[in-house]
Design a protein around this ligand. Sequence first.
Ligand SMILES: Cc1cc2nc3c(=O)[nH]c(=O)nc-3n(C[C@H](O)[C@H](O)[C@H](O)COP(=O)(O)O)c2cc1C
Length: 237
Amino acid sequence: MLSEENNSFSGFGSFSGFVRARHSPRAYLPDVVPAEVIREVLLDAQSAPSNSNTQPWNVHLVGGTALRELSAELIADFDDHGITPDFTTDYGSGPHPQRSVELAKKMYGLMGIAREDKEARTEFVRENLRFFGAPQAALLYVPAMGDRVRAAFDLGTYVENFLLSLRAHGYAGSPIGMVSLMEPTTRRVLGIDADQKMVLALAFGRPDDTSPVANVQPGRVPLAESVTVHGIEGLEL
Ligand SMILES: Cc1cc2nc3c(=O)[nH]c(=O)nc-3n(C[C@H](O)[C@H](O)[C@H](O)COP(=O)(O)O)c2cc1C
């Protein structure tokens, strides 16, 4: 069992404190994450479980001029023809789209952007495509494996390890699904096979804590909204 003395999460108090304090900053400083740290993060990330150990994570790391060029192409394509996603972007009906709207309200509120200010909102979409100013990014693709659902799930386990490892090394990362809605741009710019589909981009670096969106607090639903208990006594949700 972890204790404050022997765990490796010193500064965070406990494993729970460490995991629950992770968040997605939306503003970064230009400082790069050193190559040796990135290597450790990659090793941590790929220790994730995957379906039958298939390890279907295809990761493209991009930084420096390559990231700036990619970002410029993403913004040019977005301004030219909007999003062109490989996968559907529909959140269905019910609580899920509602939660997404609540998050958007919170973020735009923090930035002082009014609901009717379409240009400012679009500019924030472009900020996603600038990787929130982060100096480095990981683009995560799934190969052609069935309907790709299992592979996409496996990428999720990889991503959480990636994000927590960055945090353990004093850095942070942010998932940016918006980048994946701009295919085939990244495949064209980086020369990636058409059968690779991007599920997610991760911006990473050192957060700019002076930004109003450095630490958005979106909250979580009560456990009883997502968990149903069958045959376990004494578990209060
Ligand atoms: C698959 C995925 C895609 C996401 N895409 C975006 C995105 O395009 N832009 C953005 O600002 N945040 C994006 N996020 C971040 C979520 O909004 C964020 O994880 C959620 O609000 C919970 O906040 P937290 O990560 O700070 O705890 C994405 C997260 C995931 C897991």
